[in-house]
Design a binder for this molecule. Structure first.
Ligand code: PMP
Length: 338
């Protein structure tokens, strides 16, 4: 067994899990990267590491500097933990609608968390714009004291996924992969993995699984970024085309309702013992749709981006689920009555 000298060595190289029920239901091999096993608990540890390493290489982050980012939470957690490991401060700007569990994890890690209203990205008070402003203000006082990670438009995000996440998937499947499906937040994962796989075999199908309320699926299928409906998922979907997403090699896209994605999460926990978060439900639903599209005998890969415990108060809360029109499985209703 290798020993890891620092936190960053433990990021990535996650196991590829076989999803038994999804595989049996489709006649395909449906496999998923266990991203909840990263040290900060999500796939966004990879993004945080990719962005920070790139910035350090370019000399953009001074010793003891403040890392600033706007995030749905997980990138912030990754950056804060890496910051602790490397001697940086972190300021994390988040929409106040994100889960209590992520906010608490950030505070526990010592991040300076700034909650802002959830507003459209065109609003100057949007969390990403606010983060950029905070970094600019810190740098105006002490030049070079802050670094804005800019995960949506900094292409070091996509590059890390291309060099690592995509390469891992290719190697772990022994090159037998036929398709990859996942959601997009910044677009780093789908663009980076898509580029890595297509470079190895052009015919590998890349599919976007987009939550309701996001404009990305409509952009891929019609060329027009139009959003309809809403979703309780966090960290995925977008109303704008980020630099990381813009030229992602996507072949197919579906809008996935919560009534399809959340039951995948409950079933996976109850039948196979994996406890995964909100975006993982969309990813599994997307992988199942892609498997049906390709037909039996194919290998489809997706990602389980974080843990269900990160959304405990929503995902395992019958009253919350009922209010959102999402089916409550019997065992969950019995476990948390009233
Ligand atoms: N799943 C979760 C849980 C996330 O936090 C995020 C990013 N916010 C994503 C998926 C989307 O990944 P990406 O930003 O690489 O598109």
């Amino acid at each position: 067994m290798a020993t890891y000298p620092t936190l960053s060595a433990g990021i990535g190289h996650t196991p590829l899990l076989r999803l038994r029920h999804a595989s049996e239901a489709t006649g395909c091999e449906i496999l998923a990267k266990a991203e909840f096993l990263n040290p900060g608990g999500s796939i966004k540890d990879r993004t945080a590491l990719g962005l920070l390493d790139d910035a350090e290489r370019q000399g953009l982050v001074r010793p003891g500097a403040t890392l600033v980012e706007g995030t749905a939470g997980n990138t912030g957690i990754g950056l804060s933990l890496l910051g602790n490991s490397r001697g940086y401060q972190t300021v994390i700007v988040m929409p106040e609608t994100q889960s209590r569990e992520k906010i608490d994890a950030l505070r526990a890690a010592g991040a300076d968390v700034r909650l802002v209203p959830a507003v459209p990205w065109t609003d100057p008070n949007h969390y990403a714009a606010t983060a950029r402003l905070i970094a600019d203000e810190l740098n105006a006082v002490v030049p070079g004291s802050a670094w804005f990670a800019n995960q949506f438009d900094n292409l070091a995000n996509r590059q890390w996924h291309e060099d690592h996440t995509g390469a891992e998937i290719w190697e772990q499947t022994g090159g037998t992969i036929d398709g990859f499906a996942c959601a997009s937040g910044t677009g780093g994962t789908i663009a980076g993995v898509g580029r890595a796989l297509k470079a190895r075999r052009e015919g590998i199908v890349i599919a976007l699984a987009d939550p309701a309320g996001s404009a990305l699926a409509s952009y891929v299928t019609t060329g027009e970024a139009k959003a309809e409906g809403s979703s309780i998922t966090e960290g995925i979907g977008n109303a704008r085309l980020t630099a990381n997403f813009l030229d992602a090699p996507i072949d197919l896209a579906w809008s996935i309702p919560d009534t399809e994605s959340i039951p995948e999460i409950h079933a996976l926990l109850r039948q196979e013992g994996y406890c995964v978060g909100l975006s993982s439900g969309v990813n599994i639903a997307g992988a199942v749709r892609l498997a049906r599209h390709l037909g039996p005998g194919h290998t489809v890969v997706t990602a389980l981006c974080d843990s269900g415990m990160r959304y405990q108060a929503k995902l395992f809360n019958p009253a919350f689920l009922r209010e959102k029109g999402i089916a409550v499985p019997d065992w969950l209703a019995a476990a948390f009555p009233g």
